[in-house]
Design a protein. Sequence first.
Lengths: 192, 248
Amino acid sequence: MPRKPIDKQGRLRGQEFYWRVMRELGADGADFTLHDVHRKTSASKDSVRGYVLRLERAGYLERSGKRGREVCYRIARDSRFAPRIRRDGSEIGTASRQDHMWRAMKMLGRFSVRDLSVAASTDEVHVASTHAAGYLARLARAGYVRRVGHNPTIYAMLPSANTGPRAPLIQRVKQVFDPNLNKVVWRSGDDE
Amino acid sequence: MTATEAKVNGNSTIAPLQNVALFTSLVRRVTERPAHLPGMATFHGYSGYGKTFAATYSANKTGARYIEMGESWTKKKLCASVLTELGVQTQARTISDQMDQIIEALAVDGVPLIIDEADYLATKGLINLVREIHDKSGAPILLIGEEGLPAALSKWERVHNRMLDWVPAQPSTLDDARHLARLYCPGVAVDDELLQQIAEAATGRARRICVSLDRVRELAATSGYERVGLSEWGDRQFFRGQPPARRK
């Protein structure tokens, strides 16, 4: 099989990659062992084992028997993205302020900072207008939104900006990372 | 911790608004329906009633997927947009292969799909594609559109049978205006008489109320008012339309 070009290769790492391996091995209810998963990764067996145990605790995997001395697993609950689970088996709530804003931005299309903070807030996730302003300022630099009005400031989402379901992340190193594209879309210093 | 918790309550969200409650309850009904019932529904009403705005709350609570149709959309564009929104990276070129991937992803995710400007589904005959997605994935599908959406969809009998409910969005009430004032003019007391006039000028359109409230907030900020009533407002105009920049 020809090698895929570099930008088409799945560059999943860590848990995202282990989970994809498990979904492939476990397709249509097939069994697999920890060894099967580990063999397909370049990670340590401990880190794969740690994730498998968390998945089992959270109910994504179940034991389905033994192959020799090894435990067989089966996917008990499917998910397209790697579940994020704490050591005790509880799930890490994935909806962050940025996730909420990203979804609301795509829905509203054109909005003031206050519109966004109001529409993106729920009883569990509060988005203050300062958060909305900060997120929008960064996304404007990365080319996702544009200022189209003043007083109050109105932003518009650009048509090409809907890259997928996952919110572009403002990272602490002052860059914007789009997990849908697996790409850094803006770096501090880019426009200075 | 208590300071944060105090902020995170119904008063700082849009949840108390009438249309938000209607849409949230609709999403709950299609999501928790018994297996033998269909899982499609419409949320329809006049432009400016704040349908999409109202839908953001439930969309974020349920992790829903959302697409907004366009005038120029074809089957291919519809499939490609849903795939992007689902985060499926695909090499599939034909519509039928793309449909398989959409159905699989929605079936695994188990979250609702919201289709906005769904009027185009009817005029373009794309509605049968959506019905197929619904039938095969079992995912709840919510169609948001104009007042005429139910009539336009009822032409397709098989579509009509998939609808669990048709919910009309409601014009904003004075209660809605009061709550919007809390959200858009925090720290400013807006008198009921003024709100009443703002709501009347807006003819029930939430979007117009928000624009007027932005002006109230600005007036309060520039003049240092903590309370704005009819006398502070004076003979300034209320927002009746002609938005300088539409929110949506």
